[in-house]
Design a protein around this ligand. Structure first.
Ligand code: PEP
Ligand code: MN
Length: 343
């Protein structure tokens, strides 16, 4: 349920509403908009106490939220949310370009790729230290040593870093090094992991599961939000289909579909969606044109030697060309790639 607060309510009154909601056995989530404050009330709306919410001084109106996801819904938060990753903004016209190798492989590779993607205009550096591999015999990532390298290189090039966390027990370690926690497609419905990330205040990049619906993805976001972490960015990365000429099937309509239903930013990952460098640039352009809040691409200076996802990596010069196109396109649509330091 949503409580719409009267426009003339004082801060004391709002605090009182929050206290009353808790006393009545519900959990309040306050959202202060420019014109209005609204409070999302989570709990069993069929409880008799729910009727008393309407009576609290300062409350103008109570509205049911029809969607199964509440805090992620547009009804709860009318304006687009902005997520802050270090000094980078994602949402409301500020675009993310998340780029880097699939995995952190060594200091040298990380440093080389970071230098190129920074020069091209990427604003967030990626690299997996814990890799979700289909085969247990494949490279599993460098673990904490990889996290250290990623953080050091991110600092050197003044880029916040995003890296995947695969297990609730890793969260405490990964938050020490990462500016953003990536929840991978295979873990989109690892509910304990979602809750653990929700308990942190580190922004989360939640990737769509390979057979998840848009609604499933929003329900997973709700897990993170309901624990108090409102810094969630969604990521469309393709879903499984009968088509076998691409790695996955990119669902571009997920972008406006999510935007209609949710205030959360959504970016697109054409690297994992297509698995094909020849398709990645056009799908990045299509993502920005469709209204995405950014894109996510894998880049490697020597894809043939990459320890994971080499075949889908863009070469540095391809990345540079891509960024030139995307900057022009974003400008034409009155959007821009977030510069570290803007507020
Ligand atoms: C990745 O980003 O390297 C990755 C494994 O992505 P996904 O979870 O989308 O497959
Ligand atoms: Mn990858």
């Amino acid at each position: 349920m949503i409580l719409v607060i009267r426009p003339d309510a004082t801060l004391e009154q709002i605090d009182h509403v929050v206290d009353r909601i808790k006393e009545l056995g519900f959990t309040p989530h306050v959202s202060r908009g420019e014109a209005r404050t609204i409070i999302g009330v989570i709990g069993d709306e069929t409880k008799p106490q729910a009727e008393m919410l309407q009576q609290i001084p300062g409350v103008e109106q109570t509205l049911p939220i029809m969607k199964p996801f509440k805090l992620a819904s547009r009804e709860f938060h009318k304006d687009d949310s902005v997520v802050h990753v270090g000094k980078v903004r994602i949402g409301r016209g500020s675009l993310a370009m998340i780029a880097g190798p699939c995995a952190v492989e060594s200091y040298e590779v990380m440093d080389t790729v970071a230098r190129y993607v920074k020069a091209g205009g990427a604003n967030i550096l990626r690299g997996g230290a814990f890799k979700p591999r289909t085969s247990p015999y494949a490279f599993q990532g460098m673990g904490e040593d990889g996290l250290k390298i990623l953080k050091e290189v991110g600092q050197k090039y003044d880029m916040p870093v995003v890296t995947e966390v695969m297990d609730p027990r890793q969260v405490e370690l990964v938050v020490k090094y990462a500016d953003m926690l990536q929840l991978g497609a295979r873990n989109m419905q690892n509910f304990d992991l979602l809750k653990e990330c929700g308990k942190t205040r580190t922004p989360v990049l939640l990737k769509r599961g390979m057979s998840a619906t848009v609604k499933d993805m929003l329900m997973s976001a709700e897990y993170v939000l309901s624990e108090g972490n409102n810094q969630v960015v969604l990521c469309e990365r393709g879903v499984r289909s009968f088509e076998d000429s691409t790695r996955n099937m990119l669902d571009m309509s997920a972008v406006p579909n999510v935007k209609g239903q949710s205030h959360l930013p959504i970016i697109v990952d054409p690297s994992h969606a297509t698995g094909r460098p020849d398709l990645i640039p056009s799908m990045c352009r299509a993502s920005v044109a469709a209204g995405a809040d950014g894109v996510h691409v894998e880049v490697h200076n020597c894809p043939e030697k990459a320890m994971s996802d080499g075949p889908q990596a863009l070469l540095p010069h391809q990345f540079l060309d891509l960024m030139g196109d995307l900057r022009r396109l974003a400008g034409a649509l009155d959007r821009h790639f977030s510069n570290p330091g803007e507020n």
